[in-house]
Write a protein that binds this ligand. Sequence first.
Ligand code: HEM
Length: 419
Amino acid sequence: MTEQDTRPGPSRRTLLGWGGAGLALGAAVAGGTAAALDLGGEDAGPAAAGGDAVPFHGVHQAGIATPVQDRLHFAAFDVTTTDRAKLIALLKEWTAAAAAMTAGREVGTGAVGDNDELPPDDTGEALGLKPSRLTLTFGIGPGLFEKDGKDRFGLKSRRPEALVDLPPFPGDNLDPARSGGDLCVQACADDPQVAVHAIRNLARIAMGRAAVRWSQLGFGKTSSTTPDAQTPRNMLGFKDGTRNIAGTETDRLDKHVWVGEKDGPAWMAGGSYVVTRRIRMHIETWDRTSLKEQEDVFGRTKAEGAPIGKQREHDEPNLKAMKPDAHVRLAHPDSNSGATILRRGYSFTDGTDGLGRLDAGLFFIAYQRDVRDGFIPVQTRLSRSDALNEYIQHVGSAVFAVPPGVRDKDDWWGRALFA
Ligand code: HEM
């Protein structure tokens, strides 16, 4: 089954009504990825027809190597409480809500609840909608370990070495209001309302303990983790995600994406690190650029997406045939001592800016085993020499440690960190 499969699945209401059967249906994952991910727990099982619910429980969090959905709502949170017990309570409540929503169930006692004197537990806008392959992926930013010189939660000594603060790169124009964060949740779904509903409900649960610092909506996935699917195009009109790590390439995932047992710290084994960058595109300038120049900028053809000098999209690139400053040539592992990342970004268009220009670009998301061997070397090279720099600017940035998967219903996001 491919991720384009759109056979109808059960609605959230139906799943609720089926009770436990709903959880079994939550086992659906496209293309045999469930086996590749070695999923365990109550919602694991054979892939269901329709592929519209992705298991929440497993060795790794879903939303990294699982097939990319069409829509994104990514949110970064500032933790506002200084009470460790309250933070832990929040993470437990978030986990329970996330398990419910990804299975297509309502949060808590639901959208109409059992007491009409109280606000309902669930905000309701996802009622009647399918699970839509919703995945919720949780991460922890540097600020949870130490903020303004304070070890707020007694976690300072547990900060992973690989969770480095990103260095400044040439050309960065970062807006602090769109950068950083103590916690993050990446919500991906095939229905934007399902993704927005998930973040809204998590933000609501967090009230008094954590507040949204920034969030980003995205559409038209700009990368694929399923190589047999058609490669999507980014806002510059080029196929994006041709060469990426596929969700089925377990060897490459182990080598470049998942934190190994010996990497340390132990609480991160099976996790990953995510870098996000809001990259604004100067669309109007790009649209006045010749096709030849556009193809030279990437080192690939626009229509087919073939490497310069080759015929087909998936032909092996000859880097030397590309201009020395071509994006693909500079980003390729061979130009960066083997550095390899899993890209999972989305396009964004937030209307127009005050000057009538499209406020559009790429919300870049990259997962890797160690930021120092992944994003940093690649971006160091790109920021210095990439021909694409004339047409883009990085305006937001964040980095998070993404713990391993939630194993079962007694486990919760980040449990091993607090053990
Ligand atoms: C708006 C900004 C960007 C655009 C429009 C863009 C677009 C593209 C396109 C069209 C390709 C070729 C197709 C493919 O293999 O996916 C590509 C490849 C790639 N890009 Fe980007 N990219 C951007 C930013 C970045 C950044 C910030 C990084 C990492 C720091 C990055 C890393 C890569 C890598 C690793 C490849 C694959 C190279 C290979 O192995 O052939 N890109 N990008």
